[in-house]
Design a protein around this ligand. Structure first.
Ligand code: C2E
Ligand code: CA
Ligand code: CA
Ligand code: CA
Length: 281
């Protein structure tokens, strides 16, 4: 006879239904979030490790729903990717980032060589028109070449290397730089990496956060930095939370860092304040 699981099932069923209901509600909410202006961008400073200067920022998407409150991109980005909604949302992110950067440069609130990075999902990158449409918007904006960077995760990139490469080549020919995000987590093959026009490798937070306590993670970070040097790439360490980590990164030759030690992602006003204060130091 089957074990009696009926009581457990009865206890369990409502919570499965609740979770399902919640997901459906969230999907529905996500579908109309863009049209209802519920998204905004926050900006995390990127610091040149040697000079301490703010040399750029990463734009990160935020969603605050009027009833559900703050919803993390860790939760809603995968939903948007699964539903295809990421294409419209991703377009909005690029437009918003371009307009923000134009504003900052026009008002001299950031340095002339400042660059802004946007995260791009693999679903966006493998649209045949992705690069052309981005470049079209960039050229229309009159931003200096090289002011915009795209961050693509290593795992996303490896999902469809051939399609991704075509798009990235077009971008890099027009001096939009390409960063590989979460580098070291996606088992990408070096043979493939060699064929991609990448100019930045971002060391994943997982390695950085345990670097000062775990010698193995320290060696991994070191390996990424050495590899970046061989590929003529800049290394950016993400998730730097302690001065010891920053010092280790400097000693290893890492060039750029982001993380709570310097600043969390900031709303526009605070970001500009941060830049102004840093310039006076
Ligand atoms: P990511 O691209 O790896 O972004 C870095 C994440 O680490 C951000 O989380 C950032 O707030 C967080 N972070 C920064 N410094 C520290 C630190 O010192 N310690 C810790 N613990 N965390 C730190 P966030 O903003 O929640 O974003 C999560 C992920 O959502 C991003 O990971 C990215 O994959 C995705 N995402 C965010 N915005 C967008 C977007 O506009 N488009 C797409 N496609 N994905 C996005
Ligand atoms: Ca990123
Ligand atoms: Ca990352
Ligand atoms: Ca990450």
């Amino acid at each position: 006879a089957l074990p009696d699981t009926s009581s457990g099932w009865r206890l369990y069923q409502p919570s499965i239904e609740d979770a399902l209901q919640k997901r459906i509600r969230l999907h529905e909410a996500l579908r109309i979030a863009l049209d209802n202006q519920q998204f905004f961008l926050v900006y995390q400073p990127k610091i040149d490790l040697r000079s301490g200067r703010v040399i750029g920022a990463e734009a990160l998407l935020r969603w605050v729903h009027p009833e559900l409150g703050f919803i993390s991109p860790v939760d809603f980005i995968p939903m948007a990717e699964a539903s295809g909604e990421i294409l419209r949302i991703g377009d909005w992110v690029i437009d918003r980032a371009i307009r923000q950067l134009e504003e900052w440069l026009a008002a001299h609130q950031v340095a002339a060589d400042f660059h802004l990075a946007v995260n791009v999902s693999v679903q966006q990158l493998t649209q045949p028109d992705f690069a052309r449409s981005l470049l079209h918007r960039l050229l229309r904006s009159r931003l200096p070449a090289g002011a915009l960077e795209v961050e693509v995760t290593e795992s996303g990139l490896m999902e469809n290397v051939d399609l991704a490469r075509e798009q990235l080549q077009l971008l890099s020919r027009h001096r939009v730089s390409v960063a590989i995000d979460d580098f070291g987590t996606g088992h990408s093959s070096l043979a493939y990496l060699k064929t991609l026009p990448v100019s930045v490798l971002k060391i994943d937070r997982a390695f950085v956060s345990s670097m000062d306590t775990d010698p193995q993670d320290q060696r991994l970070a070191e390996t990424v930095i050495d590899m970046a040097r061989n590929f003529d790439c800049t290394t950016v360490a993400e998730g730097v939370e302690k001065p010891e980590q920053a010092q280790m990164l400097i000693d290893m030759g890492c060039e750029v860092a982001q993380g709570y030690w310097y600043s969390p992602p900031l709303k526009v006003e605070q970001f500009i304040e941060f830049c102004a204060e840093r310039r006076l130091e």
